[in-house]
Structure formats: structure tokens, C-alpha cells
Design a protein around this ligand. Structure first.
Ligand code: NAP
Length: 315
């Protein structure tokens, strides 16, 4: 089978031929039809989990995907060949990911059946980005009419987070450059902030001098300075980071609830999100669809920034 692999941490992704894996006890073999890119994929390839989990090389990149169950291993009872499934394919030792024609999944892993009419690229685009958005907005504990800033709103997580926050009845402030502001308003943003014209925090403070209720920060790196963004929050507000930038103890001293969110999808959440997407209630922007042969170049483009939705590999 064709797969995009790296031979070591930090190495260039390459299109490679590998044997099709055999499902062991409790495992399924899935013929993938689509895989979606996430920043996590190249963070792992660069060694973000080095020392924390075992890796296997050549390491097949990727996590999110959608396809059809090809074969099942002994003892599998909930899935059958021919089932259409999607989810996160993160097998240990880490390195049997979704940028490949075939992938293994544990029956009890992060996997769910797809609605019949949901296109494979949309299903593949959902697991990491939309589950993170959903869980981040839950963590933000929004009440109707409360104000949330989504910092980094124009990418995969941000676009779904705008929709979940709007569904909660919140007033949504979304960072956006001019090219994407209209799209984000269409998804549910009430105000857009062009962070290239002046610092985001200054613009939010000018429009909301009494402060806001929540910040979802998709941008600040671990150890980065969140002071200006956290300073926007009223006492009792919530600061959610997807990049471990929050220091919950330091924030608590300022009467702010700090959360470093790590997505952890349940099968039920995956099924709910797919049903929302299928019903058109969760809209996913597919920014680019590329064949597997172009996946290494697509990874390089995505790494460089400028995401306006999801990049999907067609398999
Ligand atoms: N903890 C978890 O479980 C988890 C799960 C998913 C994602 N994440 C992390 O969350 C972050 C977002 O993920 P994603 O999939 O949405 O990434 P993405 O699709 O690459 O989107 C990031 C967006 O942020 C914009 N951006 C860059 N700098 C900005 C700034 N200073 N102010 C405002 N916007 C800015 C980018 O546009 P421009 O480049 O054009 O500025 C891009 O549209 C990533 O760091 C990812 O690793 C964590």
C-alpha cells in the first residue's frame, strides 16, 4: 500500500510502499478513502511525543480518517466488513497513522460508524478539529449572551468552535483577516478582529471595555505570554488553551478558570458530530483536497500557515 512516512523525527515526509497490515485480535483493517491533516500530525513527526510514547519507524503520519472496514480480526463483534467508519487512528507504537491506503484500528478505539450520506472527506475532517472545538466550548461554560473570543478562529478548530459557541447563544468574537471574515460571520461570528492591523487584545478591549467572559486560545504556544488575552476576562471568566499555554494556578489567583484542553473523543461524541455535519448543522470547510502523491507537499504548505479550513488527502 502507499503511505506517507518519515524515517526519523524531523525527517521529510516521503511517499512509501508498505505491506498492508493484518488485523490482530480485536482489530479492524480499514481501507481509507480520506484522511485529514492536523497540526498535531507534524508536531508528532517533529518529536512532540518523543520519550512519552513508543514510536515505530518508518512512521506513517496522520490520525484522522474515514473509510470502509475491509477485514476484521478475531473477536471483533461491533464492526463488519463493509461498514463505513471514521475516527482517529492512533495506534501504538505510534506510527501507523491515516496518511495511508489502509490502517488498523482497535475495535474499542476512537472510531464510529458514519451516516450513509456523509462524504468521506467531511467525515475525515471531523475527529480532531471538531471534537476539540466541541470540548473546548463545553470547557468554556458559556451562558446565553456571554461573550467569547476565539483566537485563531480561521482554521479547522476555530471554524467549528464558532458554530458551537453560537449554538450556545454566546456572542462570538473571532480573529480573522479580511479574506475569511465574511465566511466566519456566516458561520456565526458576531464580530471579527483583524489581528494583522493591531493586537487582538487591544481591539477587544476597545470594543468591550468591561471585559468578556471567555477566551479560547488556539494560538499561544506553551510558555507563551497569555497575559493580554487573560486580562480581557471578567472575574469568574474562563481561559481555554489547546496548546498548554494556560497556567491554571496562576489564573486561579486572578479568579480565572484556566483549562489546558487535550481532545479525547468518545464514540458517542463522534456519532453526534457526524450527525450534526450530516444534517448541515455543523459546516466543515474543506480548504484543499489532494491525492496521496501530493500529501508531502500539502504537509509543507499546511505547516507554513494560512489554513482556512481543512486539508484532506483523497485515498
Ligand atoms: N490540544 C488538542 O487536543 C488540540 C487539538 C486540535 C488542535 N490543537 C492545536 O490547536 C491549534 C489550532 O489547530 P487548527 O487545527 O485549527 O490549526 P489550523 O487549521 O492551522 O488553524 C490555525 C489558524 O490560526 C490562524 N492564525 C495564525 N496566527 C494567528 C494569530 N496570531 N492570531 C489569530 N489567528 C492566527 C492561522 O491563519 P494564518 O496562518 O493565515 O494567520 C490559521 O487559520 C494548533 O496549534 C493545534 O496543534 C490542539
Amino acid at each position: 500500500m502507499k503511505a506517507v512516512t518519515i524515517t526519523d523525527f524531523g525527517a521529510e515526509p516521503l511517499l512509501t510502499d508498505l505491506p498492508v497490515p493484518e488485523p490482530g485480535p480485536g482489530e479492524l483493517l480499514v481501507r481509507l478513502h480520506a484522511a485529514a491533516l492536523n497540526p498535531f500530525d507534524w508536531k508528532v513527526a517533529d518529536g512532540a511525543l518523543k520519550g512519552a510514547v513508543e514510536h515505530g519507524f518508518p512512521l506513517v503520519m496522520g490520525s484522522d480518517g474515514a473509510g470502509v472496514v475491509e477485514r476484521i480480526g478475531p473477536g471483533v463483534i461491533h464492526f463488519r466488513p463493509g461498514d463505513t467508519v471514521y475516527g482517529q487512528f492512533m495506534n501504538l507504537p505510534y506510527g501507523r497513522g491515516s496518511y495511508a491506503e489502509y490502517v488498523l484500528a482497535a475495535e474499542n478505539g476512537t472510531l464510529a460508524r458514519m451516516p450513509d450520506d456523509l462524504p468521506f472527506p467531511v467525515a475525515a475532517a471531523l475527529p480532531t478539529a471538531s471534537v476539540t472545538a466541541y470540548q473546548a466550548i463545553e470547557a468554556a461554560r458559556l451562558d446565553t449572551g456571554q461573550v467569547i473570543l476565539i483566537n485563531g478562529a480561521s482554521g479547522g478548530v476555530g471554524q467549528s468552535a464558532i458554530q458551537f459557541a453560537a449554538l450556545q447563544g454566546a456572542r462570538v468574537l473571532a480573529t480573522a483577516t479580511g479574506d475569511i471574515a465574511g465566511r466566519l460571520r456566516d458561520l456565526g461570528a458576531d464580530e471579527t478582529i483583524d489581528f494583522t492591523t493591531a493586537p487582538t487584545a487591544e481591539q477587544v478591549l476597545a470594543a468591550h471595555p468591561d471585559g468578556i467572559d471567555s477566551v479560547l486560545d488556539l494560538i499561544t504556544r506553551p510558555g507563551g505570554d497569555i497575559d493580554a488575552l487573560a486580562g480581557l476576562l471578567k472575574p469568574g471568566g474562563t481561559f481555554v488553551s489547546t496548546n498548554r499555554a494556560a497556567d491554571p494556578d496562576a489564573l486561579a489567583a486572578r479568579e480565572i478558570h484556566g483549562v489546558n484542553l487535550v481532545n479525547d473523543p468518545s464514540r458517542k461524541e463522534l456519532e453526534s458530530l457526524a450527525a450534526l455535519a450530516d444534517a448541515g448543522k455543523l459546516r466543515i470547510t474543506i480548504d484543499a483536497e489532494v491525492p496521496l502523491t501530493d500529501a508531502p507537499a500539502a504537509v509543507a504548505r499546511a505547516r507554513a500557515g494560512g489554513s482556512r479550513g481543512k486539508t484532506v488527502i483523497l485515498l
